[in-house]
Ligand binder design. Structure first.
Ligand code: SF4
Length: 398
């Protein structure tokens, strides 16, 4: 009886909701459970001093410190432990929701994207159906003409989105190149129409190209880091993490806002997720899109099963606690949340992508807008000052 009780108590640190991370989680009991007969046949491990892990910082305490002005209250070790399944999910979400409400109130940011150049990308990102390294159903197409991009911005605005992101399946583009000229036309068309802000995700863009994009009316550049630095080479081999970071830094220097996030569920571990969050904090990006892998037939990651809803909520809440200032919005794969979808806001998300993704459909926009109404949340309007852009400290709650 005593031995059973001991085992139970040692295993109390095992994550309850994380099926995938459970495999990787090594808690104090695991190593000492190896048969190791001691005196009288009693396992020696029972007499070893217990291996103790430091007490876990309660998420409420993290939120208290952030609200008192310390945006970096959550350290990487604690974040990794949250992501690995330690700490109660309800506690994490309560703290994350408090931070979301203190920064964003009942406002949510809605954005849309348009595939301005589909397929045929020379890069080999393992999750991507548009890479020419993989045999998928996506057929390469030419650049979308400006009038179709303008029509997409009109549609996006009618769906409540404040920004339209022009996305191209390209390694990047340089000043003076035809691809950049196409995008400049598209950005000007979106700005002239005035329905939404113009954002873009184009791969690597040189400084001169970024200057021209800004002059044309681009307000924000998306360039995702996808995952933690140490896991990135397992997903992409045709370019480096640092190349991505250089583009982000240049965009920031030029006064563009930056939208930088990642994809979860590619086989990465909690520490890789924490690495990504800390990198985003260091870069001080403005928006953080969180995607959850939708595995596409023919890609390198085609066999990976989607993350479960509770693990997704844990990622969102942990990222909110790590990145309290940023607009964290949920993009591809949010339907993996199933019936728990509305809880993404309770886990700290402050926005979502509406309308279809690049090569996969999203759920209906009307369902999304109805969900917001029922939750008492409101979309921001184009031109309205966005709360995450205020760099003042979070208010201290009374
Ligand atoms: S760079 Fe973009 S479009 Fe190209 S393979 Fe990677 S994710 Fe896909």
């Amino acid at each position: 009886m005593h031995r059973l009780a001991l085992r139970r108590s040692l295993h109390s640190c095992e994550p309850r909701e994380l099926a995938s991370t459970r495999r990787d989680h090594v808690c104090a009991a695991t190593s000492s459970d190896t048969p190791n007969p001691g005196a009288f046949g009693i396992p020696a491990a029972m007499f070893d001093p217990p291996v103790t892990t430091p007490e876990l910082l309660h998420p409420r305490e993290v939120a208290d410190r952030v609200i008192a002005g310390d945006d970096g209250a959550l350290d990487q070790k604690t974040l990794t432990r949250y992501l690995a399944g330690e700490g109660d999910l309800g506690d994490l979400m309560a703290a994350a929701d408090r931070l979301r409400r203190s920064r964003f109130g009942n406002k949510v940011h809605l954005c849309s994207i348009v595939n301005a150049k589909r397929g045929g990308c020379p890069e080999d990102c393992g999750f991507c159906s548009q890479s020419k390294h993989f045999s998928t159903e996506v057929e390469p197409e030419k650049f979308l003409p400006a009038h179709e991009i303008e029509a997409a911005s009109h549609k996006a605005a009618s769906q409540g989105a404040t920004a339209l992101g022009l996305v191209t399946a390209t390694r990047g583009m340089k000043d003076g190149s035809k691809p950049l000229e196409h995008i400049l036309e598209g950005v000007r068309a979106v700005r002239a129409a005035g329905h939404t802000e113009a954002h873009a995700s184009l791969g690597f863009v040189d400084r001169e190209g970024l200057v021209k994009l800004k002059e044309a009316g681009l307000t924000e550049l998306n360039h995702n880091l996808e995952t933690g630095r140490s896991f990135f080479p397992k997903i992409v081999t045709t370019h480096t993490y640092d190349e991505r970071i250089e583009t982000i830094k240049t965009a920031k220097e030029l006064g563009l806002r930056t939208c930088v996030g990642g994809i979860f569920g590619m086989g990465e571990k909690p520490e890789h997720r924490a690495e990504l969050a800390m990198q985003l904090r260091e870069l001080d990006v403005d928006e953080v899109p969180l995607n959850f892998l939708v595995s596409i037939d023919g890609t390198k990651l085609e066999k990976i099963e989607p993350l479960g809803p509770q693990e997704i909520l844990r990622v969102i809440a942990s990222f909110r606690l790590a990145l309290p200032r940023q607009n964290i919005f949920i993009a591809a794969g949010r339907t993996h949340l199933g019936q728990l979808l509305p809880m993404m806001f309770g886990a700290g998300a402050s926005g979502m992508m509406v309308g279809d993704f690049l090569t996969t459909p999203n759920r209906s926009v009307q369902d999304d807008l109805d969900m917001l109404t029922q939750l008492g949340l409101e979309g921001l309007h184009c031109g309205e000052q966005r709360p995450e852009m205020k760099r003042t400290r979070l208010p201290v709650l009374g």
